[in-house]
Design a protein around this ligand. Sequence first.
Ligand SMILES: [Zn+2]
Length: 81
Amino acid sequence: MIPDHCRFCKGKLHEGTTEFMAHAAGEVIVIKDVPAYVCEQCGEAYYTTGTSRKIDGVMRDAQAKKLCMRPLPAGEVSLKG
Ligand SMILES: [Zn+2]
């Protein structure tokens, strides 16, 4: 659930939208326009239970390659080496 303040820095949370990024099936999935409460200090995003469930559903579809995704140019950078 949504805390009153950020769990990490105690910053204030603002209602808005964010992007959720994850790896699935060897690809990077970016879910746009995710409703979230975003910390004004550190940018940490908090999701309601309903939104988390929707994200889980999208990730499951992505793993199963059932999702119709728009290809997105992506750059990957490693801090290793
Ligand atoms: Zn914070």
